[in-house]
Write a protein that binds this ligand. Sequence first.
Ligand code: AMP
Ligand code: MG
Length: 352
Amino acid sequence: MNMKKDTRVFYVDDKAREERIKEASRILKEGGLVAFPTETVYGLGADALNERAVMQIFEAKGRPADNPLIVHVHSKESCLKLVKSVSEKASVLMDSFWPGPLTLVMERKDIVPDVTTGGLDTVAIRMPENRIALELIEYSGVPVAAPSANLSGRPSPTTADHVLHDLSGRIDAIVDGGEVDIGLESTVVDVTSNIPVILRPGKVSKEDLEACIGEVKVGYDDKTHPESETVRSPGMKYTHYSPDSTVILVEGEHGNVLSRMKEILADLKQRGAKAGMLLTEESIPAFPSVISHSLGRKDMPEQAARNLFFGLRRLDEEGMDIIIVDGSFRQDGIGMAVFNRVRKAADMIIKV
Ligand code: AMP
Ligand code: MG
């Protein structure tokens, strides 16, 4: 990046709420880059129909140009302007899960530029539930392309501080709406075929989808396969969610995970490596003298979702060489999505 920007921060509190969101929306409308909270993670927004604005997103994040963006809308109607048609199943999913953490991939109309879709003839669209996000999009009057507001490859941001850490000086503004709710990116579903395909897991699970529209296929893989040429969701082939520290995931039943983590820790200590841990509440008492952050209770994976990226960033900043992640929390529902992210972030996965 050759030009350093002066990144403005808009705190949204009750008093100045409307005025500040409106000011941020003007920056978006004029082709600028504005980060904002959604219920999943912070997004980095630009006018999805403005080629130059969207190109700046890729530049600011260091994102590969073939990794398409999710377009955020504030109503079902504004989605209709971007796609050729909405299938019966897509329509049912919108009515059931919008606003919310579900992104739908549909055939795009020509007004959606190539940069936004990475050259694909489909476009990914979502209507977020976060009120600040909805108002920002509505005031701006444009559909807003917004990937997660982190440097490419880093853990997604769940607070405004995370965004500023990665992108200060590279974006025009950020709307600070506090910590996000879910902590993991949306579920992405391709609805262009008769049997829809999940391209990325998220809070809306396969079971949730099937309860509405019947059979749904799984089209993602938890480990990256850069050699594969037929990646359906281009973003899934790149390194993801990684802090600078080396990440070791130990997954399995709680007792087994505990004893393996103790062995690993003893070994690392002997070698003089600085190790931090992301632990379930149940494991914390077993490691009183280690720097650790909580993933929440092992039977409540929604807590792991909220804590994962936050914890990875914290331990990274605390200068750990190695981060050991306790993978003994439940793998169903959103737990499946958390495992997908942590496996991608991991340099080593140990199953016990
Ligand atoms: P991010 O915005 O960082 O949450 O990433 C967006 C995700 O949606 C990436 O994994 C993309 O590959 C995926 N995606 C966006 N648009 C499409 C599309 N048209 N077809 C398939 N996947 C898409
Ligand atoms: Mg991302």
